[in-house]
Design a protein around this ligand. Structure first.
Ligand code: GLN
Length: 538
């Protein structure tokens, strides 16, 4: 398929958090609905080489792609909306750009010239945008630029957009997202901040082609005309983006506002007649007309920040819709759970999910939450550290080894049920010991997991260092914990399941990264179903 890609840039002005990621993903969905193939990329202006080392409090969750890149959480939205896998190439930071340029400079690749922001940094940015288009796989590459125009650190990115627009002409368009605030005292929507942010772009040589206006109230024709006139775009290029009930309404709202048509016209692309969003609409219909309602406890230590468990929350939305069920998430701080508070905090929930995480803070609370789920036959899903806690809890309270632990937290434990692999121990000092990205797993045909996946070979994404210690495999199996999934290549335990429990599944991988609107993740679908059954019975 040798496609010639057109490039769409999505920039933001006035304020951060306007939802550039959702607008980009919605545009991709609409273009897909018209039969185009699309990929979405995020350029982040910060100096970290990737978000892998960022604290979730700082930047929300770190999203992991198939190829094991640790990326910005917006890539999660891209995949959830478009079901097209992303990769390292879809997330580039200023840090990575500089690292590449400096490495080239050290190797002498610039042949003695002075290395500068323009052209060297901007060329490198351009290269990392075009690399996706040049695969020949896409009709459109949508590139979201993080931050807000006018920021010092965004400048090289906006300059790159200017150059690409100049080079590519109609094969390139810029969608600028701004805020149109409503001033209560004046009783009016205000366009001035939008005018100013477009002016800032003009100072940097970029005229946006389409202006998407985030607003709490509908924009009337007068406001749209005013924005068009003062920002120098055609009236049908001013798109209203009104606050939505759910992010999943945005593609539908953008269809009504004809964002896709505006983009196709600007890029002189022939407009296919049909726009097929049938699956999406069915998903929304189920989501908004639930027949069931359940409460799930999400036990983790990053509960203060709503984006820290983004993909898990969204997986519940997808799996909830599949079950025609409204899923209420009750975020519970693991540090608050103890043997004496567990009952009070966890009573009345229909399922317990113990979240992924790093480090020791709150881990005893997570282990208590597992115990509560096991002893009270409440549906349980443990993800990564959550699965490791399930293994620790089982060792302590069923196998009778109160000293059991993961060596991540207690390196001297005499019952290291979770430990580094031997090979890892040797390379530990050299770093890079994290198992990242996609790995295969073979399922036991008698397991709950097999029941939900309906196949025996699966592949799931990972982000962890520690593993179930193979030394304890026989003991676990003999005592009622099924090792339901095994990584065939490295012979590692990927899934554990309590045999004598209605639904108790711990997974070493992260199913939440692969759940999309189109393909809700089977483990979430199964977990929610088990929680509905539990609620019906109690
Ligand atoms: N801290 C654990 C490990 O590194 C689990 C990581 C996670 O939950 N993502 O193995």
């Amino acid at each position: 398929m040798n496609k010639k890609a057109k490039y769409i840039f999505v920039t933001g002005g006035v304020s951060s958090s306007l939802g550039k990621g959702i607008i980009s993903a919605s545009l991709a969905k609409l273009l897909q609905g018209r039969g185009f193939s699309v990929t979405i990329q995020k350029l982040d202006p910060y100096i970290n080489v990737d978000p892998g080392t960022l604290n979730p409090y700082e930047h929300g969750e770190c999203y992991v792609t198939e190829d094991g890149a640790e990326t910005d959480l917006d890539l999660g939205h891209y995949e959830r909306f478009s079901s097209t896998p992303t990769s390292q190439a879809n997330n580039v930071t200023t840090g990575r750009i500089y690292q590449t340029v400096i490495n080239k400079e050290r190797k002498g690749e610039y042949l003695g010239t002075t290395v500068q922001v323009i052209p060297h940094i901007t060329d490198e940015i351009k290269h990392s945008v075009k690399i996706l288009g040049e695969t020949g796989d896409y009709d459109f590459v949508i590139t979201e630029i993080g931050g807000t125009v006018g920021d010092i650190e965004s400048f090289p990115f906006v300059e790159t957009v200017r150059q690409m627009k100049w080079e590519l002409g109609h094969d390139c368009a810029v969608v600028h997202l701004t805020l149109v605030p409503y001033l209560k005292a004046a009783g009016e929507l205000k366009t001035k901040p939008t005018q100013h942010s477009v002016k800032t772009m003009l100072e940097q040589g970029v005229q946006p082609d389409i202006i998407v206006c985030r607003t709490e109230r509908p924009l009337n024709v007068g406001i749209k005309t005013k924005i068009a006139q003062f920002c120098n775009v055609t009236p049908d290029s001013v798109i209203e983006s009104i606050d939505a009930e759910t992010i999943y309404d945005v593609p539908i709202l953008m269809r009504e506002e004809k964002l896709d048509i505006a983009v196709l016209e600007k890029t002189r692309t022939k407009i296919p007649k049909k726009l097929d969003l049938t699956n999406w609409e069915q998903f929304l219909k189920r989501l908004k007309n639930p027949k069931h309602e359940i409460d799930i406890a999400l036990v983790g230590k990053y509960v203060e920040l709503k984006d820290a468990y983004k993909s898990i929350n969204e997986s519940f939305v997808h799996g909830g819709s599949a079950n025609e069920c409204k899923v209420n998430i009750r975020l519970i701080h693991s540090e608050q759970i103890t043997a004496s508070t567990a009952k009070k905090l966890l009573k009345n929930v229909d399922g317990i999910l113990v979240a992924p995480g790093f480090g020791g803070r709150g881990i005893e609370g997570k282990i208590e939450a597992v115990r509560y789920a096991r002893e009270n036959s409440i549906p349980f899903l443990g993800i990564c550290l959550g699965m490791q806690c399930a293994a620790i809890e089982f060792s302590r309270n069923v196998l009778g080894h109160p000293e059991a632990h993961t060596t991540e937290i207690n390196s001297k434990t005499t019952f290291p049920v979770i430990d580094l692999m031997e090979e890892q121990k040797e390379i530990k000092d050299m770093g890079g010991t994290m198992r990242l990205g996609s790995y295969e797993c073979i399922l036991d045909k008698n397991s709950k997991s097999f029941e939900v996946y309906q196949k025996d070979l699966i592949s799931e994404r990972h982000r962890h260092r520690f593993e179930f210690n193979n030394k304890y495999r026989e003991l676990f199996e003999a005592s009622g914990m099924r090792l339901a999934g095994i990584n065939p290549k490295e012979d590692l335990v990927e899934i554990i399941e309590l045999v004598d429990h209605p639904w108790f599944v711990g997974v070493q991988f992260h199913p939440e990264y692969k759940s999309t609107v189109r393909y809700p993740h089977p483990l979430f679908v199964g977990f929610i179903k088990a929680a509905i059954d539990y609620k019906d019975k109690n």
